[in-house]
Design a protein around this ligand. Structure first.
Ligand SMILES: [Fe+2]
Length: 315
């Protein structure tokens, strides 16, 4: 009998993930020249048929030259959120809707980084708000430890939402003269590796959003993308991209020190605290998603076997 505390680790190139959409590059980086990419250990080459790149932010129906996979086998390609996405096999779920992307009042940019850590670990880390005080002191950390105060979650089966109301940058004075900046954050996680963060600063009325999306390139390589979205009335897009890069780099410093780069899916093998409920629900949602992938793969395998009539096999 399997030990119930035996860790279940998710390989970064797990073949079940062939049943999901993954980013393989930024839209701005894919043009008429062959663009090499790797997904779940599968090498791919992509080419844009024409010169009009999908111009990043905006409407679903904007004109653009399509991207094709010219080397390597893929089921489909699509372009959205400033990224080119590939599914190696028919996906079990569509990509989620990022509202700010379709909001003409916003503009956006995508930054990217490569790391040796598994994509699941990056998502897990992004959902962890308790590390602000020790990991992000340089960027936005507060002096006091972040607890589960102001922390609530919703798990709806195919997504997990965390709302977190806290005070950051305690050493700085805000517009109303008080120290610190209150931030109401909503994190929404969808399988496989997408987490959208919406931020609202009630004292100034400012809003911003950032989406972390991960490309599991191979067993030991992940490309992380951060889609930075801010209102057009805010001219500081470049500053926000720089800030997001700094925050991501601070996260990578710590996750790259982990002994095992794989996400542990079993919730009983690790210690989870009350301020870590989103991470527990994320593991449950991701495990259900992986089960759906397994069912789809075995159903297809069974029907592929059944679709060849015995007479043809014998002939
Ligand atoms: Fe972080």
């Amino acid at each position: 009998m399997a030990d119930r505390f035996e860790p279940v680790l998710l390989d970064n190139d797990d073949t079940r993930l062939r049943r999901a959409w993954h980013p393989v590059g930024r839209s701005v980086d894919v043009g008429a020249e062959p663009f090499p990419a790797r997904l779940l250990g599968t090498p791919l080459t992509l080419v844009r048929d024409g010169v009009v790149a999908r111009a990043g932010h905006g409407r679903e129906d904007e004109p653009h030259s399509p991207v094709r996979v010219v080397e390597g086998e893929a089921w489909g390609v699509q372009e959205i959120y400033g990224l080119v996405w590939v599914a190696l096999e028919p996906p079990v779920a569509e990509l989620p809707r990022i509202p700010e992307w379709f909001d003409p009042a916003y503009h956006s940019a995508v930054l990217t980084r490569t790391t040796t850590v598994g994509a699941g670990v990056l998502i897990d880390n992004f959902l962890d708000v308790t590390h602000f005080s020790y990991l992000h002191r340089q960027s936005f950390g507060r002096a006091k430890a972040v607890t589960d105060e102001g922390y609530s979650i919703i798990a709806k089966g195919d997504f997990v939402q965390l709302q977190h109301d806290t005070v950051l940058q305690e050493g700085r004075r805000q517009n109303n003269g008080e120290f610190g900046q209150r931030r109401i954050a909503t994190y929404t996680y969808w399988p496989v590796y997408i987490t959208h963060l919406q931020m609202y600063f009630p004292v100034d009325g400012d809003e911003a959003a950032a989406t972390l999306v991960c490309q599991p390139e191979s067993s030991d390589l992940t490309r992380a993308y951060v889609l930075v979205l801010i209102p057009r009335t805010d001219p500081g897009l470049d500053d926000q991209v720089r800030f997001s890069r700094q925050v991501l780099d601070e996260d990578l410093v710590i996750v790259e020190r982990m002994a095992d780069p794989r996400l542990c899916l079993s919730v009983r093998s690790e210690l989870h605290t009350r301020a870590d409920r989103a991470a527990v629900e994320m593991r449950r949602t991701l495990s259900d998603f992986l089960d759906a992938c397994t069912v789809a793969q075995s159903t297809d395998a069974a029907s592929a076997g059944a679709s060849v009539p015995a007479a043809e096999v014998l002939a």
